[in-house]
Design a binder for this molecule. Structure first.
Ligand code: PMP
Length: 373
């Protein structure tokens, strides 16, 4: 297999599988058991899945009555929560991932403040006098800006109004400690591939015996909440990744992220950093260089072997400005000039230095064109 060499700074899109996860998965892939079979191999597959479930339960501090449903990733888990909850009214924040925003047709949108934090007064108003059964969905950490929402405060509001709360904690996993009981969420979504595990596996944690209807029907797997043979290697890899979460390494990212922001801002004073005033996870920086399109920046950096991302969703060749930045009050021009750098478990200080050098070279090439100097 060809070795992949690039300066990879796009860990919020997906983070490489950690070597110990890969070797456990390889071992598991060679194992024949189907967890629904009653013979020895089946029983061993079942044992491994239940052990993984317990590991994930510990990872999120699930209570004894909470249920963990393994899914084919966070998109499915988000859909299971929003569509399976059976609530008449769905209320979601304006900055949710498309797998929340697109999962139901009729939803109400909670605005966010320019800082990227959800407008809690607006949420309170939206829930006041509510008589319909309501599910509120607010992500714990935003994938574009890294802004952390005050979920404990949010759950006090939702509980006061008798609404259920779902949180997409995909980008929080491994970056902030997760405690579903403290957070006060009724549903919590995780995805393995954002925390050093494999793509295509995740889970929905369903708290306090809240009922949820399955999206997939068929066999009785996952307590009939998700039919289909379990992804044994994926589930084992997911749990292994949870045991390898290392907050010390993550905290070191703050130094590297802050270095990127300070140096880029010194080079280009017009740079705007999104979510700067709000609590953010340590690994993420989203900024905009007015006049320099995201595509141009992405291509220039890609040519230098650097993988980063922008805040725009690309579909059929058209680039739409990021709905997250727009919701925070950014102009179309700002949103169209955004770049996201996200660090991860194997990011080195050299990667960050190389990025700064190449970004600065790009800036020097274009600064007269964008009227910056
Ligand atoms: N929620 C968030 C916040 C995400 O960042 C992502 C992945 N981009 C998802 C959900 C979807 O996850 P998955 O790829 O596992 O379906």
């Amino acid at each position: 297999m060809e070795t992949f060499t690039a300066t990879y700074l796009d860990h919020n899109a997906t983070t490489p599988v950690k070597p110990a996860v890969a070797s456990l998965m390889l071992e598991t892939l060679g194992f024949p058991g189907n967890a629904s079979s009653i013979h020895k191999a089946g029983r061993e597959a079942r044992r491994r899945i239940e052990e993984a479930r317990q590991t994930i339960a510990t990872f999120v501090n699930a209570g004894p009555r909470d249920v963990i449903v393994f899914t084919g990733g966070a998109t499915e888990a988000n859909n299971l929560a929003l569509r399976g909850s059976g609530m008449a009214r769905i209320v979601v924040s304006a900055i949710e991932h498309p797998s929340v925003l697109q999962s139901v047709d009729n939803k109400e949108i909670i605005p966010v403040l320019p800082s990227g934090l959800v407008d809690l007064e607006a949420l309170d108003r939206m829930l006041t006098g509510n008589t319909e059964q309501t599910l509120v969905s607010i992500m714990l950490v935003n994938n574009e800006t890294g802004v952390i929402q005050p979920l404990e405060e949010i759950s006090k509001i939702t509980r006061r109004h008798g609404a259920l709360l779902h949180t997409d904690a995909v980008q929080a996993a491994g970056r902030v400690p997760l405690d579903i009981q403290k957070l006060g969420a009724d549903f919590l979504t995780l995805s393995a591939h954002k925390m050093g595990g494999p793509q295509g596996v995740g889970c929905l944690v369903v708290a306090n015996c809240v009922t949820v209807a399955p999206l997939l029907r068929g066999g009785n797997q996952e307590k009939s909440l998700r039919a289909g043979t379990e992804n044994l290697a994926g589930i084992c890899g997911f749990a292994k990744a949870a045991t390898l979460v290392d907050f010390d390494t993550d905290h070191k990212h703050a130094v590297l992220r802050d270095k990127i922001e300070a140096e880029l801002k010194a080079i280009a004073p017009s740079l705007k950093i999104f979510g700067f005033e709000a609590p953010r996870v340590h690994n993420t920086s989203m900024f905009s260089l007015p006049g320099a399109s995201s595509e141009m920046q992405l291509i220039a950096l890609d040519l230098a072997g650097i993988c980063v991302s922008n805040g725009s969703a690309c579909s059929s060749g058209t680039v739409k400005p990021s709905h997250v930045l727009k919701a925070m009050g950014a102009s179309d021009a700002e949103a169209a000039a955004s770049l996201r750098v996200s660090l991860g478990w194997n990011t080195s200080p050299q990667d960050v230095d190389y990025f700064i050098v190449k970004w600065s070279e790009m800036y020097n090439r274009i600064k007269s064109r964008i009227g910056a100097a």
